[in-house]
Design a protein around this ligand. Structure first.
Ligand SMILES: *Cc1c(COP(=O)(O)O)cnc(C)c1O
Length: 377
């Protein structure tokens, strides 16, 4: 069984920065996940979704690492994210804004070489007007919405587009896209329905390529691949689907330091509101991360941390800056001030923590706080 390795470097890094949590982000594993998805997709290509600061792992570190292994299409949610990313990447990388074109952003978007995903007729027309005004050809992506009611031209409104894009003039549509609502459920009927819709749209825009699949969609098979996929969570080691195991390699590891240990008698109350009462004499450790560090309060009395393979259950409420765990299962004296326990790692995956917290891996990842010492490998 893999051991939690507390190297002298780790301890030194912890003490030198005064940090008490240690987040390791394995960029080599990220690159291998990209390569794995690319080989499943070939001859279609894999882009990368690096919105929300690359799911909390730092777009500044993640995007160049993916660029080095061949990724050229990067998707973010917002214009401000795109502008920051654009400055980091070579000109042959493309940066797309999923949330679309905001009024007033047309000029900066065009000048900044950022590619909007056009989500309505209004956005399409304003991008076309911008191109005309600048006397340039501007690139864009056209998104259709069917099945999510979220972003994209509603299918019912696409009528004018097939005519207008035929004589598209100075807007170059690079591809059309849509987003799957249930791609993490391999057997959902909604996937087939959305694929059928997408095929129908593709017939109306026969010259245009298709970009359809997120992480889960990549595992749904060739018919979902189009020319380009948009994986996010799978790159970061999250499971692309809810069933069938996780083929991806873990990218994130989180160890947190013990800041106090104690033994309490039967009947002792633990944490806020006395939500936990010790049934017998119990040894406890308080670790230095709480809900302000992205460990949801819903882990109260449910989740756990691990030490060299031993599960240490969370007792009582998760506090803002700390969590108390029951360490009675470990030989006395095993954990001391400064010892590190595993929150995410070989014994506890993102999905484990997410399940205990009643949420999804995406939410755990994107909330990992900035009080941890971060190491990029
Ligand atoms: C976030 C997002 C993705 C990435 O989804 P994952 O499930 O993380 O792979 C892809 N496409 C769109 C439109 C998104 O908003």
């Amino acid at each position: 069984m893999a051991r939690v390795i507390v190297t002298p470097e780790k301890q030194a890094a912890l003490s030198s920065e005064g940090a008490s949590g240690y987040l390791t982000i394995n960029l080599a594993a990220l690159a291998r996940n990209y390569a794995k998805l690319s080989s499943i997709l070939a001859p279609a290509r894999a882009g990368a979704v690096v919105k929300a600061d690359a799911y909390g792992l730092s777009a500044e570190r993640v995007a160049p690492a993916l660029y080095r292994v061949g990724c050229r299409q990067f998707f973010v949610a917002q214009f401000a994210e795109a502008a920051r990313l654009r400055a980091l990447l070579s000109v042959d990388a493309q940066v797309f804004v999923l949330n679309g074109l905001q009024p007033g952003n047309e000029g900066p978007c065009a000048e900044g070489g950022i590619i909007p995903v056009l989500n309505s007729l209004e956005q399409w027309r304003s991008w076309r007007a911008t191109a005309k005004r600048l006397k340039r050809t501007l690139p864009a992506v056209l998104q259709f919405d069917k099945g999510m009611s979220r972003l994209g031209v509603p299918l019912e409104e696409r009528g004018p587009l097939s005519v207008e894009t035929a004589g598209q003039g100075n807007v170059e549509i690079l591809f059309i896209m849509s987003h799957l609502a249930s791609a993490d459920e391999l057997d959902s009927d909604q996937n087939d329905d959305q694929l059928a819709q997408m095929k129908r749209i593709a017939e109306e825009f026969p010259r245009l390529d298709i970009c359809f699949a997120n992480s889960g969609g990549i595992l749904l098979g060739k018919s979902y691949h189009g020319v380009l996929a948009r994986p996010g969570i799978a790159l970061y080691g999250g499971a692309p689907t809810t069933k069938g195991g996780n083929p991806m390699e873990a990218v994130v590891r989180l160890d947190v330091a013990v800041v106090q240990t104690r033994t309490v008698p039967a009947g002792a109350k633990v944490g806020y509101s006395g939500a936990h009462i010790a049934v017998s004499e119990t040894r406890l450790a308080t670790i230095a991360a709480g809900y302000a560090d992205g460990l949801p309060r819903s882990l109260s009395g449910r989740g756990a941390v691990h030490y060299r393979g031993t599960r240490l259950p969370i007792v009582g409420r998760v506090s803002m800056d700390s969590i108390t765990v029951d360490i009675t299962a470990l030989p006395e004296g095993t954990l001391k001030l400064g010892s590190l326990v595993e929150v995410l790692g070989p014994h506890q995956t993102l999905e484990d923590v997410a399940r205990d917290a009643g949420t999804i891996a995406y939410e755990i990842l994107t909330n990992l706080g900035d009080r941890y010492h971060r190491e990029y490998r």
